[in-house]
Design a protein around this ligand. Structure first.
Ligand SMILES: *Cc1c(COP(=O)(O)O)cnc(C)c1O
Length: 434
């Protein structure tokens, strides 16, 4: 079984209390407080090694972890150690990766509206590849590169027109997407790059068709379209594009009903469409969710509860939509377990967040042992798009993040303090007088 096909981190054990990475989750909750993000290092490393093993027959494959799934200095270090590069989408991610000491030639800058300031930062730090998304950006990037006397290696982000069956908000490759050049616009932009934007050096094409994808057919269709376009351009313009970035998107298992394909199945499917190109060109893959999701869990402490007059039971946790916005944003589903040793009879409950929104429901209808205040709830598969999407809604401090491995735990992100919440605020002098 591939790690993305598991709901839980690979080191999860029930020894009275739940343990992950050899650490007792109840002790972690006591030591670091809740809500707490816990990341299992062994699961991340195993996943990276699975990717490398599954694609070992492709001599020129490069894995670029999609930092937006979860970006921090320590996480970046681990992925770099496993020979992954980085797909970044902001100055903040680029800065983090840089500060982690990464060779910036292994970084790609992607995004549909990169600012001048971000493009300048990326050029100054020698980011290896820019994925140019639109006409405006091509002109702007060429201008900045010209001012700096630099050449920039670029890919073109294109929209292959593939509808994949995932939530509308996380689908990106369809015709009316906000991302990338339409197929009909590619000739025009390539012509412009060759004749006018002399500081841009076109290396290849880039697409990303969406996220939480379970159908391999979407990937094989995508690769076929990309290869065909690459051949077209090489013939038409007499150039030698030799790089294809096929994005990320492999799904993970949040609940028992989810059946994502394995990493090996993904490799086979992509290999079939690549054919003889698999060793002729450089292939980039940008997995985010499938690398980090399963490695993470969130611990919460149970507080109040309420049974409505119709008999629906809500149990409230000390976190919710600010540390995990996915259920309220995408109707995302999660699996949870009680971390402490609770052998009560089970009952059907709804796990409610603590934030002031009726939509702040973390899990609707889950069968759990009868919960008491003070119990610790472990929500699985929160490594991706949780911390990275977290907010300070209701002015609640963002949780800490702990890395566990071989019975050791280290805080890799400190819990925000009340002081942190006001640290960047000022009261204008004229208000101080009143
Ligand atoms: C978000 C994104 C990814 C990662 O997607 P996952 O579903 O997390 O694997 C990869 N490439 C690009 C361009 C993205 O925008």
């Amino acid at each position: 079984m591939s790690t993305n096909q598991s709901i839980k981190p690979i080191t999860t054990e029930r020894k009275g209390n739940l343990h992950i990475g050899g650490c007792n989750l109840v002790e972690l909750a006591q030591k670091y407080g809740t809500p707490l993000y816990v990341i299992d290092e062994a699961t991340i490393r195993k996943t990276c090694q699975e990717y490398i093993e599954a694609f070992k027959n492709y001599p020129n494959i490069k894995f670029m972890y999609a930092s937006k799934a979860l970006c921090s200095l320590a996480i970046t270090k681990i992925l770099n150690d496993e020979d992954f590069g980085f797909d970044t989408v902001s100055g903040g991610e680029i800065y983090t990766v840089y500060k982690a000491g990464i060779d910036m030639s292994h970084v790609l800058f992607n995004g549909n509206n990169k600012t001048r300031k971000e493009l300048e930062l990326a050029l100054n730090l020698n980011v290896g590849r820019f994925s140019v998304d639109n006409f405006y950006e091509a002109e702007l990037l060429n201008k900045i590169a010209f001012e700096k006397g630099m050449d920039v290696d670029i890919l073109l982000r294109i929209t292959p027109g593939i509808e994949c069956h995932t939530h509308d908000y996380i689908q990106t490759g369809q015709i009316d997407s906000k991302f990338g050049f339409d197929m009909q616009q590619i000739d025009t932009i390539v012509e412009l790059i060759i004749t006018k934007y002399k500081n841009l050096k076109l290396k290849g094409l880039h697409a990303h068709i969406g996220s939480q994808i379970f159908e391999l057919q979407s990937f094989t269709d995508e690769v076929e379209i990309l290869i065909k376009e690459l051949e077209n351009l090489n013939n038409k313009f007499n150039i030698e594009l030799s790089e294809l970035n096929i994005g990320g998107g492999l799904g993970v298992k949040y609940t028992a009903e989810d059946n994502p394909p394995s990493i090996l199945e993904l490799a086979d499917a992509i290999g079939k469409s690549l054919n003889e190109y698999s060793n002729k060109i450089t292939i980039y893959l940008e997995p985010g969710r499938s690398v980090i999701s399963t490695a993470g869990v969130t611990l919460y402490t149970i507080g109040s509860n309420k049974t409505t007059s119709e008999g629906k039971k809500y149990v409230a946790i000390d976190g919710g939509m600010a540390d995990n916005p996915r259920p309220s944003m995408y109707q995302a589903k999660y699996t949870a377990e009680v971390a402490n040793n609770n052998e009560n009879e089970t009952e059907l409950v709804t796990i409610a967040g603590r934030y002031c929104e009726s939509g702040d429901i973390l899990i609707e209808n889950i069968e759990l042992p009868k919960l008491n205040a003070g119990d610790i709830l472990c929500v699985y598969n929160t490594g991706s798009y949780n911390y990275s999407m977290a907010s300070n809604y209701n002015r609640v401090e963002k949780p800490a993040m702990v890395l566990v491995n071989s019975a050791q735990s280290d805080m890799i992100v400190n819990r925000e303090s009340l002081e942190d919440l006001i640290a960047r605020e000022n009261i204008p002098d004229r208000l101080k007088k009143i």
